[in-house]
Ligand binder design. Structure first.
Ligand SMILES: [Fe+2]
Ligand SMILES: [Fe+2]
Length: 242
């Protein structure tokens, strides 16, 4: 049926991609990311029905029982649908998210208590993960992203969502495809948090951006984030760039 492909998009950061052709007009890839380290982290689990495929992909990179951290940008099926299946398969694993997501949803939904991450970086071995609360951006109150600081890799979640079966990695513009997909899905909350949050992410100057739906981007991440913000500002009418 579906297949899951694995690509290393930054050192020891792997994209586990499952393309599903009947989502939207051109299909949609669902990308999970495994950060391989002493305490491996899975960013996004995928939907419950994808668990066998995603778990197999994870198990080809690490022992599934070694998985330590499970995180995701927000509470939706594609981001965290198989969270509890991974918790069952990986006895050491724990969900980690911001205090808001834990309070609103994860203390109840996760089969083991989640770990609340604050402002301190999460040291997972040789890599350093920092949680970035991004409420309402691109959608959902509890949203948050991560940046891996030693490789400047931003786990961008649903930002820059693009349709189609795209290459694993690109250094071309990703804004235009994101605006086309936005016209299809209307998934971005055009609220007051949007532009300041994009600017805050740009100020981190990521050199890799790992997208949940689309190619991973290599290059000037800040430039792409600012272009996306400018495009949203131009189309929204009411939003102002700072
Ligand atoms: Fe989402
Ligand atoms: Fe998503």
């Amino acid at each position: 049926m579906f297949t899951t492909t694995i690509d290393e998009v930054a050192p020891d950061i792997f994209r586990l991609s499952t393309y599903i052709p009947d989502v939207g007009p051109s299909g949609l890839a669902f990308n999970q990311f495994l950060i391989r380290d002493a305490e491996p982290m899975l960013f996004h689990t995928g939907m419950r029905q994808l668990f066998p495929l995603v778990a197999d992909a994870v198990a080809s990179l690490i022992a599934l029982s070694d998985l330590r951290w499970i995180s995701f940008s927000h509470v939706e099926a594609d981001e965290c649908g198989s969270m509890n299946q991974f918790l069952a398969a990986s006895p050491r694993a724990q969900v980690v998210h911001g205090g808001l997501a834990c309070m609103v949803s994860l203390n109840d939904l996760a089969d083991r208590p989640p770990h609340v991450i604050g402002e301190d970086a999460l040291d997972i071995g040789s890599k350093r993960m920092r949680f970035l609360p991004t409420p309402h951006v691109p959608h959902n109150w509890e949203s948050g992203l991560w940046i891996e600081e030693t490789t400047s890799t931003l786990f961008a979640g649903d930002l820059f969502t693009a349709g189609g079966d795209l290459p694993a990695v690109t250094d071309d513009d990703i804004v235009e495809a994101a605006l086309i997909a936005e016209d299809v899905f209307h998934s971005t909350s055009m609220g007051p948090d949007l532009l300041p949050t994009l600017e805050r992410l740009a100020s981190l100057e990521p050199t890799t951006m790992a997208l949940m739906h689309g190619s991973s981007f290599h290059g000037d991440g800040a430039g792409q984030l600012r272009e996306l913000a400018a495009a949203y500002a131009a189309r929204s009418g009411g939003l102002a760039l700072h």
